[in-house]
Write a new protein. Sequence first.
Length: 195
Amino acid sequence: MLEVPGLKYICDYISAAEQCQLLDTIDRQVWSTELKRRVQHYGYKYNYQKRSVESSLYLGDLPDWLLSIAKQLYTDKLTESLPDQVIINEYEPGQGIAAHIDCVPCFGETIISLSLGSVCVMDFTHSQTKQKIPILLLPGSLLILQKQARYEWQHGIALRKKDKYKGKEFVRTRRISLTFRKVLGITARNEVQLL
Ligand SMILES: O=C(O)CCC(=O)C(=O)O
Ligand SMILES: [Fe+2]
């Protein structure tokens, strides 16, 4: 884990009961089918084509059930600013996400991903050296990307139905992740003033 500088992993950040409740709440919301995997955007809509977030894409404050987690992350000093944007990703077995670095001009220094549902392996690949480090993500865990892990290493999830990690096989089921970010340059307050 410590092999990727700037990467932190926290097990059991939320309890099994909280995970169930959160999944239930997520499944009562509307999913977008604009990508192969289903997504939900909160706070600001991320434009996948333009790789940008604009003030016109402000969706409103985070709903209470996400704001309470965002506040917890902030009070636990896991991030330097209160997250105001969340993307929820759903991965059915076989689905994944291409290796990428989260938009640098769009989002702040800390990206936090909360995992629910299936266990899965996320691969970190150094942009220059191509060194690859797999990380096992368990439900209820947090993955915190800062410094090199945020800016110099790509992260992605292979399109697979099972993962191998340290000699063990993990069959994937449905996984949901919530990524918490701080949008740069635009604030909710500016947005309100514009209205
Ligand atoms: O599924 C995850 O944990 C990460 C998702 C991700 O990398 C992203 O939304 O940028
Ligand atoms: Fe990402």
